[in-house]
Design a binder for this molecule. Structure first.
Ligand code: BGC
Length: 535
């Protein structure tokens, strides 16, 4: 069999037809309902205790931190109340050994230390004022709670929330594995380490990145009646949406404001259909799942998100290279290679190593439209040390990479389409002809060429959406969910506190902080973000 024929047969196995899309949407809706009724289901449908989405008029200065996967980000956010904000932020890579540390404390102490460094660097005045106060005030903590920055903690892993700033870790995902932390309250873990360093910071809200994305998109998309979905398609994948409280049948243990009649739900859709009722399951999906620390779990995420697509591609390419009937990255001699050389793969190439291919190569493959795929061939040479790859090799590589990317986008449309249908917005006469806003973030939607187009293509075939419905769905990159969104939730949470800081103390804190923000914002004007006025 020729390389071309073998490639086509592999591509076929990654097809996800219109019928598959519709069947999966129906199953997604069923699993969403199931998750609203009881615990322990595939879709966790976690109540977040956030009961509304912002209007764009919120004001104030808040801190936000984000532990999402590879990096830890600390920011302070000034919400200007006119859909704009100023943000100052620092980012550090999380050391690999801390992702699999023995004790939760090791990781959380590192996070607290980054918060300290950030405060010293960007909010020196407030920090020093706090140290002065500690020396003069004889309270056990050394500072009055009112003087603390309210901080939103974006923690992008499945957490069973029991309040707006309380929640126990259900399981780790995305390569983290610290068993000691499972079952513990992650806000308390962070607050303990913050207190050990005597920082003037209160963890006011626990935020999943998707919830932050939903909030940020609603803040920055005025006149849209709030986004219906905040979704991440990055290292991991997930979504959050606003659900009617009356549909939430599981018991809610914490306090919340029921006046809006709604609550934001963190779907945790990475675990959609762990039982594989409808998800595709090629031999390479099976092999990949076995390599992960959590086999049988996050089965949708393993077919959709950035952490896994590169590895899926690597597994397929390795199988194809082992196939004696075809020759991939292998030449008889230089005459069969259009670069007049012979292909050679270095022993150190990531192609031989589990997790050795970064998902970004899928974007390079999809984006190369040069006649002889020279861009992709150069990338293969540079990043995977495959010297002189032939045109046919690059063609096969591109076709397989695109098949994996396309299936991921169509699966992404399943989740988006299901949530849009569940929101009822398309058929609601009060919103007739209004756009239906979906805020998205993450490396795949940002960098993978045509990912969004492929999502729209699949949305159009979904029963109940169709051509007309798809036109109304407005997918937009969310403005900085982990910063602005988390700050917005910290604001909501501060309002809910029983002993909320009296207005004059907040005023004092804000004046102090405003001065600091004014200085930092001047130093980095690019951080002043105007919310997009999308048409
Ligand atoms: C986590 C989610 C998170 C998503 C996107 C998943 O692995 O379980 O909580 O929202 O990644 O970061």
């Amino acid at each position: 069999m020729s390389l071309l024929a073998e490639t086509q047969s592999i591509v076929k196995q990654f097809e996800f037809t219109d019928d598959d899309v519709n069947k999966s949407v129906r199953e997604f809706l069923r699993q969403m309902d199931e998750g609203l009724e009881k615990d322990g289901t595939s879709l966790s449908q976690i109540p977040t205790y956030v009961t509304g989405v912002p209007t764009g008029q919120e004001k104030g200065l808040y801190m936000a931190v984000d532990l999402g996967g590879t990096n830890f980000r600390v920011c302070s956010v000034k919400l200007n109340g006119d859909t704009t904000f100023n943000i100052t932020s620092d980012k550090v890579a999380v050391p690999k050994e801390l992702m699999v540390a023995e004790k939760a404390e090791d990781l959380f102490a590192f996070l607290a230390l980054q918060i300290k460094k950030f405060l010293e660097k960007h909010h020196g005045d407030h920090f020093e004022a706090h140290i002065r106060r500690r020396m003069t005030v004889s309270s056990p903590d050394g500072y009055r709670d009112e003087h603390a920055f309210r901080m939103g903690f974006t923690f992008s892993f499945p957490v069973q929330q029991v309040g707006i700033n309380k929640g126990t870790l259900i399981r780790w995902t995305k390569g983290f594995d610290i068993p000691d932390a499972v079952g513990k309250d992650v806000c308390a873990l962070l607050q303990t380490e913050i207190d050990k360093l005597h920082l003037p910071v209160k963890v006011a809200a626990l935020v999943n990145d998707t919830v932050g994305t939903l909030m940020a998109h609603s803040y920055g998309a005025p006149g849209s009646h709030g986004a219906v979905l905040g979704a991440i398609f990055g290292t991991g994948t997930n979504g959050a949406y606003l659900e009617k409280l009356s549909n939430l049948k599981k018991p809610l243990v914490g306090e919340y404001d029921s006046s809006t009649g709604n609550m934001v739900i963190n779907i945790e859709w990475g675990s959609f259909d762990n039982q594989l009722n409808v998800l595709p399951n090629t031999p390479w999906d099976v092999a990949l799942d076995k390599e992960t620390p959590n086999p049988g779990i996050q089965m949708y995420e393993k077919r959709v998100s950035g952490m896994f697509l590169g590895e899926l591609l690597r597994l397929v390419i390795n199988d194809l290279m082992k196939n004696p009937k075809v020759s991939l990255f292998r030449d008889e001699n230089s005459s069969t290679n259009d670069r007049r050389s012979t292909t050679d793969i270095a022993e150190t190439s990531g192609i031989w190593r589990p997790w050795g291919i970064d998902t970004s190569i899928l974007s390079h493959a999809a984006g190369d439209h040069t006649p002889k795929l020279s861009v992709l061939r150069d990338t293969l040479q540079e990043t995977l040390q495959i010297s002189a790859p032939a045109y046919e090799d690059a063609q096969a590589f591109k076709a397989i990479a695109e098949a994996i990317g396309r299936r991921a986008a169509r699966l992404a449309a399943v989740a988006i389409g299901a949530v849009v249908l569940k929101s009822g917005r398309l058929s609601d006469p009060c919103h007739a002809n209004d756009p239906v806003d979906v805020g998205v973030d993450g490396s795949l939607v940002e960098n993978y060429p045509y990912f969004e187009d492929m999502i729209y293509e699949a949305l159009r075939v979904i029963d109940g959406i169709g051509e007309e419905g798809a036109k109304r769905i407005r997918i937009g990159l969310a403005q900085d969910g982990s910063g602005v969104g988390a700050a917005l939730i910290a604001l909501v949470a501060a309002g809910m506190e029983k002993n909320a800081p009296p207005a004059e103390i907040l005023g004092e804190l804000r004046t102090e902080a405003k001065a600091t923000v004014a200085t930092t914002a001047v130093s980095d004007e690019s951080d002043k973000v105007e919310a997009p006025q999308t048409a």
